[in-house]
Design a protein around this ligand. Structure first.
Ligand code: AMP
Length: 215
């Protein structure tokens, strides 16, 4: 099963990605997570990506596509995957299709998690992230039982610098500009499904799960 998850920053994409991947036992490919891991390791790719990420801009397509291509070529992703955070523009969407069709593969389903801007700002404002294991929390909706530390590994939780409100507003502007052509593209291919994302995570997951049962 090959799935793409689309949604604004704070739409709950990451949470749904984890639920879907655990339930359907498919690998999770998140371009944001890959970039954050590279930044942490201070690799040349990470240092380059950081310049864009910290300003709320997209990392250039050539860099981003090269990491996706590398992921798709890994044997553990050859039978299926869930892509989270990619594609982020129409060029990336077309390139993804090309990479897959060269290999006689195709995307089964694209979900667009649709959320209002007020909900996004509330969600991102309270989001806390573990830079060691990648777990994510929310100070109101999903607080850590260890206050400011990660329940899984004990690391101090952080508020990602690109989750600060001024940067989030820039990220939303970038997202809103790019999303419509991507949506139109997948609509034409007949694989797009819009999911109402203001509901709670388990309700959202249950609509995605029912829809994927019939794929
Ligand atoms: P995310 O965790 O998906 O919100 O991604 C964090 C940041 O990584 C984004 O704000 C972008 O700067 C960068 N990024 C992630 N995915 C992509 C992509 N497909 N194209 C370009 N930049 C990306």
């Amino acid at each position: 099963m090959r799935i793409v998850l689309l949604g604004a920053p704070g739409s709950g994409k990451g949470t749904q990605a984890k639920l879907i991947c655990d339930y359907f036992k498919i690998p999770h490919i998140s371009t944001g997570d890959i970039f954050r891991a590279e930044i942490k390791k201070m690799t040349p790719l990470g240092l380059e990506a950081k310049k864009y990420i910290q300003r709320g801009n997209l990392v250039p397509d050539d860099l981003t596509i090269s990491i996706v291509k590398e992921s798709l070529n890994k044997s553990e992703n050859s039978d299926g995957f869930l892509l989270d955070g990619f594609p982020r523009n129409i060029y990336q969407a077309k390139k993804l299709n090309l990479l897959l069709t060269e290999d006689k593969k195709y995307i089964d389903k694209v979900y667009l998690i649709d959320v209002t801007q007020d909900v996004i700002l509330e969600r991102i404002g309270g989001r806390r992230y573990c830079s060691r294991c990648g777990a994510s929390y929310h100070i109101r909706f999903n607080p850590s039982k260890l206050d400011d530390r990660c329940e899984a590994c004990g690391e101090v939780l952080i508020h990602r610098s690109d989750d600060k409100e001024d940067i989030v507003l820039d990220r939303l502007t970038v997202y809103n500009k790019a999303i419509q052509p991507i949506v139109n593209y997948y609509k034409k291919l007949g694989i797009l499904e819009k999911i109402h994302g203001d509901a709670n995570p388990s309700e959202i997951f249950s609509s995605i799960r029912s829809s994927l049962m019939v794929v």
